[in-house]
Design a protein around this ligand. Structure first.
Ligand code: B1M
Length: 210
C-alpha cells in the first residue's frame, strides 16, 4: 500500500492517533501537501458515501472528522505561507444549525495564508453574530459564509440577506461556499462570490479586495 493509500485508509477508519505519522510519512516521501490534503478530502467523501448507505453512523463520521483534523495539523505549516501582506479582515463562519467545520477551517487557513487576518466565528453561527462581527473587528473586508447541509441553505440565504441589508454593505464583500452551494444559488441569494474549494476561495478573496 502506498503512503497516500495508507493515509486515506486511516482517515476513513478514524484512526486519529495514527494519522499524523501517516501524513508525515507522505511529507517525508516528498508528496505535495495539496495532494496529501486532497487524499484526506477523498477519504471523507468515502466516509460520507458509507454514511449515505447506512454502513456507518454519525459517531463514525465524527471520529473520521477528528482523524482528518489531526492530519491537517501536520500539513498546515506547509500549506500556509508566512509573511504575506496584510489585506484586511475576513469574518468566517458556518451558518446556524450547521456543525460542519473542516471545510470552513481549510478555507480560513488558506485565506489567512493569502495575507488576510481571519476572525473565525466557528459553527452554528447566528445571523446577528455575523452582523456584530463587523463592529467588533477592524478593517473588515469580507464575510465568508459556509454551509454543508441542504437543510441549512436557507440559513445561508438568511445570513446573506441580513448582510445585504446592513448599513456597512457597500464596504464589504460576501463570499459563500460548501458542498451543496452552487453559483446559481449564490447569485439567487445575492452573494458576491461563490467558490467550490479552499484554494479558489483564497484566490477569489484576493481578487475581491484588489
Ligand atoms: Co455530516 N453530512 N451530518 N457530519 N458529514 C455530510 C455533509 C453529508 C453529505 C453526508 C452524506 O449523507 N453523504 C450529509 C449532508 C446531506 C445533505 O445535506 N445533502 C451529512 C449529514 C446528513 C449530517 C447529519 C444531518 C447527520 C445526522 O445527524 N443524521 C448531521 C448534521 C449535524 C449538523 O450540522 N447540524 C451531520 C453531522 C456530521 C458530523 C458532526 C458527525 C461530522 C462533522 C464534524 C466536523 O465538521 N467537525 C460530519 C461529517 C464529517 C460529514 C462528511 C462525512 C465530511 C464533511 C467534511 O468535512 N468534508 C460529509 C460527507 C462529505 O463531505 N463527503 C457529511 C471534507 C471537507 C474538506 O469538505 O466541508 O465540503 P467540505 O469543504 C470543502 C468545500 O465544500 C469548500 O471548500 C472545502 C475544502 O476545499 N467549502 C467552501 C466549504 N466551505 C466553504 C466556504 C467558502 C468556499 C468554499 O467560501 C466562504
Amino acid at each position: 500500500m502506498s503512503a497516500l493509500e495508507e493515509l486515506a485508509t486511516l482517515v476513513e477508519n478514524g484512526k486519529r492517533k495514527l494519522v499524523p505519522a501517516a501524513a508525515q510519512a507522505c511529507v517525508d516521501e516528498g508528496i505535495d501537501p495539496t495532494t496529501i490534503l486532497n487524499t484526506m478530502i477523498g477519504a471523507m467523501d468515502v466516509v460520507g458515501d458509507k454514511f449515505k448507505r447506512n454502513e456507518i453512523f454519525v459517531p463514525e463520521m465524527l471520529i473520521a472528522a477528528k482523524a482528518m483534523k489531526a492530519g491537517v495539523e501536520v500539513i498546515k505549516p506547509l500549506l500556509a505561507t508566512a509573511g504575506a501582506p496584510q489585506l484586511g479582515t475576513v469574518i468566517i463562519g458556518t451558518v446556524y444549525g450547521d456543525l460542519h467545520d473542516i471545510g470552513k477551517n481549510l478555507v480560513a487557513m488558506m485565506i489567512e495564508s493569502a495575507g488576510f487576518t481571519v476572525v473565525d466565528l466557528g459553527v452554528d453561527v447566528p445571523v446577528q453574530k455575523f452582523l456584530d462581527a463587523y463592529e467588533e473587528n477592524e478593517d473588515v473586508k469580507i464575510f465568508a459564509v459556509s454551509a454543508l447541509l441542504t437543510t441549512t441553505m436557507p440559513a445561508m440565504e438568511e445570513t446573506v440577506a441580513a448582510l445585504n441589508a446592513a448599513p456597512f454593505r457597500d464596504k464589504v464583500k460576501i463570499m459563500v461556499g460548501g458542498a451543496p452551494i452552487t453559483q446559481e444559488f449564490a447569485d439567487k441569494i445575492g452573494a458576491d462570490c461563490f467558490t467550490a474549494d479552499a484554494a479558489s476561495a483564497a484566490a477569489a478573496a484576493k481578487q475581491l479586495v484588489a
